[in-house]
Design a protein around this ligand. Structure first.
Ligand SMILES: *Cc1c(COP(=O)(O)O)cnc(C)c1O
Length: 220
């Protein structure tokens, strides 16, 4: 689907929900996409992209950044503690703050560097054992812990279970954010971004709807 059509659908959903135009940032998720497709979207003027792996982003983005000004890169996948420094060099925002150890490492490096990417705390709204994220019942305490470390926590992120109605998860995430005074909501993907916008998403993460099918994992 053309980028302009995705953007129009986002704007329409925002307007219907009575939200300000421009309230939603479209993160174009370029993970495991061929470079020519990513370049085409850059050439259309889009600058906000998401990757889910530090290594893949490190391979791909320095080159694009040399050729295109103003790229803003978001890490949307799990971050191993030993890659934290590299991730802080590459990314403008990290959407996968999901455990105390990572918070501590980010805080220590942020102190050294005097700068830290914007952070979103991932909440495992479906309480799925295989999925990363803070459990909803632990979220208030973890948000307080991250703030006590002086981390720039901008909001919350979730990935709803594939077989459940996403709106319940989006609404839960919005409630947790609201009661903690957080304004950022990273939620909504290709199949459900309009629902997410209706429920308050400030960042939608859309991959395949923009770029088409991804290259399979084993070839990436
Ligand atoms: C891959 C990915 C997306 C994009 O998924 P699409 O269905 O291709 O839009 C969004 N969020 C996360 C965390 C992802 O890993």
């Amino acid at each position: 689907m053309p980028l302009t059509e995705i953007q129009t659908r986002i704007d329409t959903a925002a307007e219907r929900a009575g939200r300000a135009p421009g309230a939603v940032t479209l993160i174009a998720v370029s993970k495991r996409q061929p470079d020519d497709r990513v370049q085409a979207v850059l050439e259309q003027g889009h600058r906000v992209f998401g990757e889910n792996q530090v290594q893949e982003a490190a391979r791909k983005w320095p080159g694009f950044r040399d050729r295109f000004d103003g790229v803003q890169l978001h890490l949307i996948g799990p971050l191993q503690t030993n890659k934290t420094r590299q991730a802080m060099d590459l990314f403008d925002a990290i959407h996968a703050l999901d455990r105390p150890k990572l918070a501590a490492t980010l805080a220590r490096l942020a102190q050294d560097r005097g700068i830290c990417p914007d952070l979103f705390i991932q909440v495992n709204t479906g309480e799925e054992p295989q999925k990363a994220g803070i459990l909803p019942g632990d979220a208030d305490a973890f948000i307080a812990e991250a703030r006590a470390l002086d981390l720039p926590v901008r909001g919350l992120m979730c990935i709803p279970p594939v077989d459940e109605e996403p709106s319940l998860h989006f609404a839960l995430l919005a409630r947790i954010a609201e009661r903690n005074g957080l304004t950022g909501l990273s939620m909504g993907m290709s199949g459900d971004f309009e629902t997410a916008v209706a429920l308050g998403a400030t960042h939608v993460r859309v991959g395949s709807a923009i770029f088409g099918e991804r290259i399979s994992k084993d070839r990436a």
